[in-house]
Structure formats: C-alpha cells, structure tokens
Design a protein around this ligand. Structure first.
Ligand SMILES: *[C@@H]1O[C@H](CO)[C@@H](O)[C@H](O)[C@H]1NC(C)=O
Ligand SMILES: *[C@@H]1O[C@H](CO)[C@@H](O)[C@H](O)[C@H]1NC(C)=O
Length: 290
C-alpha cells in the first residue's frame, strides 16, 4: 500500500493515475467467516464517506466491480469516496445461519463489519458516513448488516432483497437458500418482522441506518411480496406508520414509485421490472447524502 502510494506520488503529474480494485489481505478479521475484502480508493479522494457494495450470488468483488451495471466505481471516481467490495467464499452470502444473523456472531455479517471498522481507520472515514448497498443476495446482506450492525452504518440502499431474517435456515446451515422466503411465502406482521431485526442485536437502543428499499414488481427470483415485508420490518423498527408520508409516482423514473415513511424509510417500487432492479447511482447517492 505505502509502496503503491509512493509510486503514485512519483507518477503524479507525469501521467494519468489509474486507481484499481485492490485486495486487503489482513483486515483484522476475528470472525470465523473469512470473506475477502477489496477496496477501491479513487485517484483523488474528495470525501470522507465510505460505500460498501455487496455482490449478488455467483459473483465476487472483482466481478461486481467490473459489472457495467454496477455504478459505484464511477460514483467513487466522480465524487471521490472510497468503496469497499466484500467477496464471499460461498455461492451466495450467508444470511441464514445464526452466526451471520447475530451481532458479533462470527458469520459473514461480522466479517463485513470488521471490513467497515478497518476501513474507517485506514482511510480516515467519518464513522457517520458509512453506507451500504447491494443487489439480490447483496441486498439481503444489506438488510442483515442493518439489523446486526446498526451502530456502524448510517444508511442503506438495497436492490431486490428480502427482510433481515427471512432466509433463516431451520437447520442452521450457512448460506442456505430458502424457498419459502424467495417464493414470497414468508409472511409476518410488522411487529414480528421488527422483532426479528431487533433480536439480531438484543438490547441495542442507539441510532439505526436509514433504509432505502427497491424492488421490481415482476421479480421472478425473490418474490415481489418481499418488498412489503421489508417495508413492514423497517417501519416497525423505526416505529412509523405504514401509510406513506409522501408518495411520488414516476420517480425516480417512469413507472417507478417512491414512497417515504418519514425520513428514515423509503420504498421504491419498480413497476414491470424483474430481478434485479438496476442500481440507480443518483438516487442511492442522494439517499446517502453524497
Ligand atoms: C425459511 O424461512 C422461514 C422464515 O422466513 C422459516 O420459517 C423457515 O423455517 C425457513 N425454511 C427452512 C427450510 O429453513
Ligand atoms: C411508537 O410510537 C407511538 C406514537 O406514534 C408511541 O406511542 C409509542 O410509545 C412508540 N413505541 C415505541 C416502542 O417507541
């Protein structure tokens, strides 16, 4: 890293720099789960914010970073914030085992929290500007991180996931698929979903991340029912009404509807869109205040 910086300094002004996605081999991870940590520090850091971009199933930090539909690399270059790209060791993220569904339980969520802590120190991040985003399995993990590490995250923008705890495995298996949940048949009251999230960090009473939840109406992988269940969960956690305080049609684009439930929960319903809703850099950055 230091050597890289020196080379960067020497080259500065000589030729255009080209920041690249780099692996952090030791991020002080004491969790049993050992996902990889990759980081992208733009050539010109202009912000003390951090965005954690969590990949979908059958992907990796590198694949997600290179995916032209995933705009966080460009956002980082333009606005000068650092991005962290966790890389799973399993096909999908572990959002099913007790270890991952518990604060400091040693699962994938614990390891990602360790990446965030490492990044805050290493890249001089303002701990009040830590943002998490992801699609599909990465969206599920974003919900799990929000529930297990509310103390570490400021805001979340997730695309096409399921509520925190919806993919729980009755056998306790890690990174298990859950057909009941994916099929939209895991239904519970807002209070029950709220309890599931609260139980992931028992006794926690501090601030919680603001949640922006996107889902497509024709999602054939993670049933659109999961949209309402996720809204139910976070409106309950924030103790706000399920009646939107504001509702805007054709926002942020045609056939999308944006519903706000007070300042901390926002739902974006994409009519006619399947799995997964494409990342909307401007709307997610706006939610993060970037
Ligand atoms: C799937 O998740 C639901 C909760 O969403 C849970 O009740 C059920 O036991 C899980 N199924 C399996 C096979 O683990
Ligand atoms: C939730 O909000 C209502 C008012 O809208 C209040 O009466 C109630 O005490 C709150 N519950 C919790 C757990 O804060």
């Amino acid at each position: 890293m230091r050597c890289g910086n020196l080379v960067a300094l020497l080259l500065h002004g000589v030729s255009a720099l080209a920041a690249s996605l780099t692996q952090v081999t030791n991020y002080n991870n004491d969790a049993k789960a050992k996902p990889g940590m990759w980081v992208y520090v733009p050539d010109t850091v202009k912000s003390d914010a951090l965005v954690v971009a969590i990949h979908s199933c059958q992907s990796s930090a590198q694949k997600y970073f290179q995916n032209s539909k995933i705009p966080w690399h460009q956002g980082s270059d333009k606005k000068g914030y650092v991005t962290v790209w966790p890389s799973s060791t399993t096909e999908c993220w572990d959002v099913s085992s007790k270890a991952s569904l518990t604060h400091n339980g040693g699962g994938d969520s614990n390891a990602i929290a360790n990446m965030i802590k490492y990044a805050i120190t290493q890249y001089k991040i303002d701990p009040k500007k830590v943002f998490v985003t992801g699609g599909s399995s990465g969206a599920m993990m974003s919900n799990v991180i929000a529930a297990t590490y509310p103390d570490l995250v400021t805001a979340v923008s997730l695309y096409s996931g399921v509520p925190a705890g919806c993919f729980v495995s009755s056998s306790g298996a890690a990174a298990a698929w859950n057909n009941t949940c994916s099929g939209g048949n895991s239904k519970a009251s807002p209070e029950q979903w709220g309890n599931v999230a609260r139980a992931m960090y028992p006794g926690y009473t501090g601030a919680r991340p603001r949640m922006q939840i996107w889902h497509g109406s024709t999602d054939g992988t993670l049933s659109p029912n999961n949209y309402q269940e996720t809204i139910d969960q976070w409106t309950n956690v924030f103790n706000v009404s399920l009646t939107p305080t504001s509702s805007k049609s054709n926002t942020p684009e045609k056939n999308y509807r944006t519903d706000d439930f007070g300042p901390n929960v926002e739902g974006i319903w994409a009519q006619g869109v399947g799995h997964s809703v494409p990342s909307h850099l401007d709307a997610s950055e706006a939610w993060f205040g970037l």
